[in-house]
Design a binder for this molecule. Structure first.
Ligand code: COA
Ligand code: MG
Length: 292
């Protein structure tokens, strides 16, 4: 079956909610998802103003069909309750919660979202950035089928700090694979971490390519200059699309009617490849629709 409710999340741009120029600029940026950050990018003294600014921006209706997410402060901070309450009533598509540790965190936050009257379709996204979250990944991900949880966002700045590790992607390779598998087991979207050196497009492109190969849906970004790369790399590639269209056409050919396995361009091609091909074409169509 082809997934029909697919929404592109190739580029998920963080924006400090305290930065009114960034808030303004984001209205015209081609990011699939905008993340209004109330956490790491906002100084303690600016938290209350940032929350107000984010909510006003979210309610303005000025961000078109971009997906809008609020990253609130962690559950053990003095800002959490107010952040969550306001985020739930802001009309955001999702609330992103940092420093998630366990399945219990997800249950608590998801239930609080109900209590705070979040719209039925408001989602919960979890930062995967704490060692305990990684140990608890299967239990956390399993809630994707029951609670509001629909997204994972990797946070390697915090994870490196918590692991006492260098900020070297090689240190996170197994975590990336584990997270993608846990996410896919329960239908959760999965977004790669940020690339801090925003003046290095080649480095960003290499990380996007790696993440795409591993199965990530997109990359979180910190600067507008990074959007084009992520949008390009996480979109279906021309060659893959041509191959998908050839597979769809081959299965449609009456000579292949009723067959489960055929040969397309010299390669064994099964019904599962047809499903994948349809998915890819649907993804390309969703991206095209977003641009309209
Ligand atoms: N979202 C939207 N607009 C942004 C932006 C962002 N993340 N980062 C920069 N811009 C805007 C600036 O406001 C500026 O707009 P202007 O042309 O209207 O003046 C323009 O893009 C160019 O910005 P630039 O001068 O190159 O960047 P900077 O030096 O002001 O800021 C950072 C650099 C890294 C501080 C800034 O990009 C940033 O805050 N990024 C997000 C950080 C974040 O959210 N971190 C948390 C998650 S890890
Ligand atoms: Mg962080």
């Amino acid at each position: 079956m082809t997934q029909t409710n697919y929404r592109p999340r190739r580029s998920c741009l963080y924006m400090p909610a305290s930065n009114s120029r960034a808030l303004e600029k984001a209205k015209s940026l081609a990011a699939d998802t905008i993340i209004f950050d109330l956490e790491d990018a906002v100084a303690p003294d600016a938290k209350d103003d940032a929350r107000e600014q984010a909510c006003a921006a979210l309610q303005s209706g000025a961000y078109g069909n971009r997906e809008l997410v609020v990253r609130i402060n962690a559950t053990d901070t003095p800002w959490f309750a107010q952040d969550l309450k306001k985020a739930c009533r802001s009309g955001a598509d999702a609330v992103l919660v940092p420093k998630i540790l366990s399945a219990e965190d997800i249950v608590t936050i998801s239930d609080l979202m109900d209590e705070y009257d979040a719209a039925r379709n408001s989602k919960l996204w979890a930062m995967i950035e704490m060692p305990l979250a990684i140990l608890n990944l299967p239990q956390i991900a399993a809630l994707g089928t029951q609670k509001r949880l629909t997204g994972f966002v990797m946070g390697f700045n915090d994870l490196a700090k918590e692991m006492h590790a260098d900020h070297d992607r090689a240190n996170f390779a197994s975590v990336m694979t584990q997270t993608v598998i846990a996410a896919r087991a329960y239908g959760i979207e999965v977004i790669d971490s940020v690339y801090n050196d925003f003046n290095d497009p080649d480095g960003l492109e290499a990380e996007c390519l790696e993440a795409r190969r591993l199965g990530f849906d997109g990359k979180s970004l910190i600067h507008p200059v990074q959007i084009e790369t992520a949008n390009r790399i996480f979109a279906p590639q021309a060659e893959a699309l041509a191959e998908a269209e050839a597979i769809i056409a081959a299965f449609r050919d009456p000579v292949n009617a009723g067959k489960g396995v055929i040969v397309v361009d010299g390669k064994m091609t099964e019904l599962l490849h047809l499903k994948q091909a349809r998915q890819l074409v649907a993804t390309a169509a969703a991206i095209e629709a977003l641009a309209k």
